[in-house]
Design a protein around this ligand. Structure first.
Ligand code: PLP
Length: 369
């Protein structure tokens, strides 16, 4: 049996007629960028998250960059960010010439709230929290620390559409919730797309202007903006998927539970779930001290896996100028060496998953050599 990391057409086939109807509606409308579909998606997604405003954008990275910029954070400012996040979170900071200050993750792969305060300086302006792999971060202490130090919270929700901390949706704990709708995300479009959600009207207005060349009224450019407009096609398709997001997330949760119950190989460390947090299992990430050997062995059995992420941002070549060294963030670095994302996708059959489970359980010390 061949198992891929993801089979995107299965989620298309699941609601094919609804997607086709939405796509045709857009094609026939004669209006393709920032129109009625975008407006309705923004309303529906704001409602889904429980926030007042949603601004649809081109990508999750734009959502991060523009949120930092709209807060006036720039050169000389510092933003706290977890060290094991995806590079895009950090780019959201450095694209504004601000400095990322890395904090080690906890055992749930999210920002370790106990390490935040020691990273705060008089130049710190914000805490950027990524709800990594779909699990909500430990938001109670993070909100409390931010409040005490007068820091903004920007949440990177690219992997956490619908995940909650103590019943409150990720993306609602600070000024901005930044979402990616990249096709592989739990709420994935059929191309690039993203959004910011907020309760702050002035902040929403600013992002709305920034996404369209800094203008509210055509050709009246009040601030220096960019082009990060969400198109009608993606918005219409996202509207369809949003109506099914709960069942899509539930399906992933079921698959995650099956992995957790089925994998019994003592060499594998299963992902944990923090009390009060839930996960939408954007990824199901295990740890293994002989990760590379395990990945290779699974590959030989036709099972594709991925590593999220093999090089932490502080060691990425693009950030060599920041002067970080290996050994500076040992927990992050050990995760980079040990994490492995198992196949988990919409439409994955139990038979496919059982094959993965059986191959992982069959993998022995001998297989490591
Ligand atoms: C944690 C995280 N942040 C940000 C992004 C950036 O999103 P996009 O690819 O839509 O720019 C991604 C997705 O790729 C992500 O996983």
């Amino acid at each position: 049996m061949q198992i891929k990391c993801n089979i995107l057409d299965r989620q298309f086939q699941m609601y094919q007629s609804e997607y086709e109807e939405a796509a045709l509606r857009v094609l026939r409308s004669g209006w393709y960028v920032l129109g009625n579909e975008v407006r309705q998606f923004e309303e529906e997604f704001a409602k889904f998250t429980g926030r007042k405003y949603c601004v649809g954008l081109n990508s999750g990275l734009d959502a991060l960059i523009m949120s930092v910029r709209a807060l006036g954070i720039g050169a000389g400012d510092e933003v706290i960010v977890q060290a094991n996040t995806y590079i895009a979170t950090v780019l959201g900071i450095t694209e504004n010439e601000a400095v990322p200050v890395f904090v080690e993750p906890d055992k749930y792969f999210n920002m370790d709230a106990d390490r935040i305060e020691q990273a705060i300086s008089d130049r710190t302006k914000a805490i950027m929290v990524t709800h990594l792999y779909g699990q909500a971060s430990n938001m109670a202490p993070i909100v409390e620390i931010a409040r005490r130090h007068h820091l903004e919270i920007i949440e990177d929700c690219a992997q956490s559409h619908g995940a909650c901390f103590c019943g409150k949706m990720t993306g609602t704990f600070g000024i901005a919730g930044c979402f990616s709708f990249y096709p592989t995300k739990n709420l994935g479009a059929f191309g690039d797309a993203g959004a910011v959600v907020t309760d702050d009207e002035a902040f929403a207005d600013k992002i709305r202007m920034m996404r369209n060349y800094g203008s509210k009224v055509r050709y009246h450019n009040d601030i220096e903006g960019i082009n990060s407009r969400l198109d009608e096609m993606q918005a219409a398709l996202l509207r369809v998927k949003l109506t099914h997001l709960k069942e899509l997330n539930d399906e992933r949760k079921t698959l995650a539970i099956r992995y957790s119950e089925g994998i019994t190989n003592p060499e594998i460390v299963l992902p944990g779930l923090r009390d009060g947090a839930d996960s939408i299992y954007h990824q199901y990430v295990v740890r293994c001290s002989m990760r590379d050997a395990l990945q290779k062995a699974l590959e030989q059995k036709d099972i594709q896996t991925q590593i999220h992420y093999p090089i932490p941002p502080h060691l990425a070549r693009c950030y060599a100028h920041l002067g970080h060294k290996r050994g500076e963030y040992p927990i992050t670095e050990s995760y980079a060496d040990e994490v492995l994302s198992l196949p988990l996708y919409t439409g994955m059959t139990f038979a496919e998953q059982d094959y993965v489970i059986s191959q992982i359980n069959a993998w022995t010390l001998e297989g490591k050599k």
